[in-house]
Design a protein around this ligand. Structure first.
Ligand code: ADP
Ligand code: MG
Length: 226
């Protein structure tokens, strides 16, 4: 199992008390499986991804990434695990305005210290895989919203992650482009064998996922399909 959340509870300080953002959540995502987690705004979706990404430490429960129990890891070891194993597609692409699409991807891999030629070839191949071979040298302002989202997804795959975490990928896209991004995520998940978790408040395209779970007030219920 590439990603395991086992009985995870996360609270935030809230006035005099605590707000429970995740309430005893358990989720297992195998390699090559696209799992959608659907829930309304404020239900805990981004919190779930932050915990899975080891960016936030839960109050209770275990987070296991590619066989590694992240609980005992120090901050530096978690950062390394993130760099090597986890691809994160945040809701806002956060592309650097001065860099072309291919450079956005290259920056990621330079952080992990591979040779520049290999890195560039890999970046170009990934842009091709997301349908942006022709746009590799464009900067963010020369790309459409859907194209920027594709760069965002390609960038997250740069270090060959075992798990891919995607926050609301279709929220800024029209229906057709939203469907295309979901299809792309399904294809990339199958081709690259990532355990992919996609969270969204929008049920429209979730039929394209292999599995769908629902989160309500921090509680996860699974609706497993085949
Ligand atoms: P979603 O992504 O489904 O909209 P979130 O995970 O962002 O939900 O938020 C879940 C709940 O936790 C909400 O009530 C939100 O206000 C609260 N919350 C999220 N982040 C923080 C934080 N850093 N500090 C305090 N409360 C937070
Ligand atoms: Mg959110």
């Amino acid at each position: 199992m590439s990603l395991v959340l086992d009985d995870v509870t996360l609270t935030y300080p809230d006035g005099d008390g605590r707000l429970t953002a995740l309430d005893a959540v358990s989720l297992e995502v195998p390699a090559g499986c696209l799992t959608a987690v659907v829930g309304p705004s404020g239900s805990g979706k981004s919190s779930l991804l932050a915990v899975a990404a080891t960016l936030v430490t839960p109050d209770r429960g275990r987070v296991v990434v590619a066989g590694t129990d992240t609980g005992p890891l120090a901050a530096a070891a978690k950062a390394r695990l993130r760099r090597e194993r986890i691809g994160i597609v945040f809701q806002q692409p956060n592309l650097l305005p001065s860099l072309s699409a291919v450079e956005q991807l290259q920056v990621m891999a330079h952080l992990s210290g591979r040779g520049p030629r290999t890195v560039r070839d890999r970046a170009l191949a990934l842009l091709d895989a997301v349908g942006l071979a022709e746009q590799a040298h464009r900067r963010p302002h020369q790309l459409s919203g859907g194209q920027r989202q594709r760069v965002n997804i390609a960038r997250a795959l740069m270090n060959e992650p075992s798990i891919l975490l995607v926050d609301e990928p279709t929220s800024a896209l029209d229906h057709e482009r939203g469907a295309a991004v979901m299809d792309l995520l399904g294809r990339l998940t199958a081709d690259r064998g990532t355990a992919t978790v996609l969270v969204t408040h929008d049920r429209t395209h979730v039929g394209r996922a292999a599995r769908v779970a629902t989160v309500t007030d921090g509680r996860l219920t699974q609706d497993v399909r085949v």
